[in-house]
Design a protein around this ligand. Structure first.
Ligand code: ADP
Ligand code: MG
Length: 264
């Protein structure tokens, strides 16, 4: 059964899509079967993995409104072992169309039930909002990975997101866990980065990943070539960072099955 990890933060530009694409691709490079789900109408994960978002016969939108079964919309990518459930601008309509629909928050979860056993990991790239699309992602997920950009206002909005996660846990998805908090765009020369790292570790302790993604221009170039970083530039610090994160997630999971962690 594939483990479903939603990558969420209601702030834009914090590294959600970069993390979703490159973490998915790092796991695929380890030979894991991976599905990447684009839940953002901007379709950045779709184009970032090399799929033309203007030429899609169907997207996650049709899946959410119930017009297409998920396995008819999922497609292969140029990356081995990595499939994509794509999105484009059409997804923006789902929000409005699902108002008043029955069980509108569980649409994605229900759809994924039919394909889950084909994958080891499923990553959902969330939009920069706490909208119905994000609710669907968090309701479908086993855990949430929270990218946090190392900047002055990073912690702002984090408590709101934690509150949303708790609400979803209480009402829609009792098993939802916090996979971890990931520091992104870290710049060791910038004092604010160190301050953010210190603050977030003080608040969230072990939930902050030891792996940190540094600011790396190669990571920002890769999407325009439609390639994940481990193919675009495997030697780059970005590629090394996301591979380390994938390994950390695997070893944490192994630890958790071996001996239940004591919650801080
Ligand atoms: P989000 O999905 O949260 O809106 P993105 O992943 O799209 O954020 O990242 C925002 C911008 O920052 C993009 O242009 C992306 O290429 C760039 N970016 C993300 N992570 C890094 C990084 N570690 N180093 C340099 N640029 C990055
Ligand atoms: Mg994004």
């Amino acid at each position: 059964m594939g483990r479903i990890i939603a990558i969420a933060n209601q702030k834009g530009g914090v590294g959600k899509t970069t993390t979703a694409v490159n973490l998915a691709s790092s796991f695929a490079a380890m030979g894991k079967r991976v599905l990447l789900i684009d839940m953002d109408p901007q379709g950045n994960a779709t184009s970032g993995i090399g799929v033309d978002k203007k030429k899609l016969p169907a997207t996650v939108y049709q899946v959410l409104i119930g017009d297409e079964p998920v396995d008819r919309v999922v497609r292969e990518t140029s990356v081995r072992d990595l499939d994509l459930l794509p999105a484009n601008q059409a997804l923006a309509g789902a929000e409005v169309e699902l108002v008043g629909a029955i069980a509108r928050e569980v649409r994605l979860r229900k759809a994924l039930d039919t394909v889950r056993d084909r994958y080891e990991f499923i990553f959902i790239d969330c939009p920069p909002s706490l909208s119905l699309l994000t609710l669907n992602a968090l309701t479908a997920a086993d855990s949430v990975l929270l990218p946090l950009q190392c900047e002055y206002y990073a912690m702002e909005g984090l408590s709101q997101l934690m509150q949303t996660i708790k609400l979803i846990e209480a009402n829609l998805n009792p098993g939802l866990k916090l996979e971890g908090i990931l520091l992104t765009m870290f710049d060791a020369r910038n004092n604010i980065c160190h301050q953010v790292a210190e603050d977030v570790t003080q608040h969230f302790g072990w939930k902050v990943f030891e792996s940190v993604i540094t600011r790396n221009v190669r990571l920002s170039e890769a999407p325009s070539h439609g390639l994940p970083i481990n193919i675009y530039d495997p030697q780059s610090r970005g590629a090394v960072g996301y591979e380390a994160l994938a390994r950390e997630i695997l070893s944490r999971a192994a630890e958790q099955t071996a001996a239940p962690r004591i919650e801080a």
